[in-house]
Design a protein around this ligand. Structure first.
Ligand SMILES: *Cc1c(COP(=O)(O)O)cnc(C)c1O
Length: 359
């Protein structure tokens, strides 16, 4: 069987050694005589899995002691509701920096709960540097989407929010580059882009933001429930957490976050150089705000884009079609995308361009 190069934005490519390990352990997980899917979430083997997953994430991101790591369901999208439900008391509000489609969705949910002030971009692909004066002093938190999966942009410098907690949706680039966790109040990410399969959502929360939810907050929407019960209040997505743990082991074996960052910068540079040198393909993002993970590009001609996508698929490059709101192409180069995949894509783009007489 031939595996393709999968450029999907999510669910996305997983490291092949992880998939092989899942396969090896599928029928009989470590002499239990059953698969991880069949293990009780209260059993010792599963307790070990979830503890190891937490420990690995703490180690890889150097998470300070006054932060908790929790595993939840409902995707990053449920966090759009959970964050305001936990952190906005009666009459309180928050600031949201709107850098793309996912930020807008986060705002839409938060507005149902509190008084939300939005900060929009002057240029759609340019994210400025923010300082404490940009935010309302009575704001309970500032929310950002640190990597914009659809637009292909990212913050090159995180906002300085002063004493207001900064909350980041890192769904599409967590573990792709080094971050200083202590400069955030809360970080969250759906796993299906850079951490594992779909079904589990990770949050890293500073202690001081836990236990603030009003009594009306549903139990399953309250961060405190997950913290108090080590993410085992109810049945967690056990298999997803298991695969996530294997992905974290793979990250550690491959140089940790630093190793990932080096690898990701090389991959992204290859593709951006190809686009910038091309007279056929374009990317609209100024260099400093370019995402390392999600790289949109197009020829500016829908028919030609469609031809490109058709040819690419025939060569084993999957899910290169851009998001429907943007069109064109998008290559997602998450941690698990091998350098070889990007090299092959670049070769294909060069060949396509010379065949079409682009230069
Ligand atoms: C994919 C994505 C989401 C949505 O994640 P779900 O887990 O599907 O809810 C939210 N934010 C960002 C930045 C994303 O890339």
């Amino acid at each position: 069987m031939k595996r393709v190069y999968n450029f999907s934005a999510g669910p996305a490519v997983l490291p092949e050694p992880v998939l092989k390990k899942v396969q090896d352990e599928l029928l009989n997980y470590r002499e239990t005589g059953m698969s991880v899917m069949e293990l009780s979430h209260r059993s010792a083997p599963f307790q070990n899995i979830i503890e190891e997953a937490q420990g690995l994430l703490r180690e890889l991101l150097s998470i300070p002691d006054d932060y908790r790591v929790v595993f939840m369901q409902g995707g990053a999208s449920l966090q759009f509701s959970m964050i305001p439900l936990n952190l906005l008391g009666e009459g309180q509000g928050a600031d949201y920096i709107v850098t793309g489609s996912w930020s807008k969705k986060a705002v839409k949910e938060a507005e149902k709960v509190g008084d939300i002030r939005t900060l929009s971009l002057k240029e759609p692909f340019e994210i400025p540097v923010y300082t404490p004066e940009d935010f309302s002093p009575e704001s309970s938190y500032v929310h950002i989407t640190s990597n914009n999966t659809i637009e292909g942009t990212r913050f090159h410098k995180y906002p300085d929010t002063g004493r207001i907690p900064l909350i980041a949706d890192m769904s599409s680039h967590i573990l792709s580059e080094k971050i200083d966790v202590s400069s955030f109040g809360l970080i969250y990410a759906g796993a299906q882009k850079n951490l594992g399969p779909s079904g589990v959502t990770v949050a890293i929360i500073r202690d001081s933001l836990i236990g603030k939810a009003p009594d009306t907050c549903p139990t399953m929407m309250n961060y405190e429930t997950y913290v108090k019960h080590d993410s085992l209040f109810n049945t967690p997505p056990t298999f997803s957490i298991y695969v996530l743990k294997l992905v974290l082991e793979w990250v550690k074996e491959n140089g940790g976050v630093e190793g990932m960052q080096e690898h990701n910068e090389r991959k992204a540079a290859l593709l951006y150089n190809c686009i910038d040198e091309s007279s056929l393909f374009h990317n609209p993002v100024p260099e400093k705000n370019r995402s390392l993970m999600n790289i949109p590009f197009s020829t500016g001609n829908d028919e030609l884009d469609a031809d490109f996508l058709k040819g690419a698929k025939a060569e084993g490059f999957e899910f290169l079609k851009g998001h429907r709101s943007v069109g064109g192409m998008r290559a997602s180069l998450y941690n698990a995308m091998p350098l070889e995949g990007v090299k092959s894509l670049v070769d294909f783009m060069k060949k396509f361009e010379s065949d079409r007489g682009g230069c």
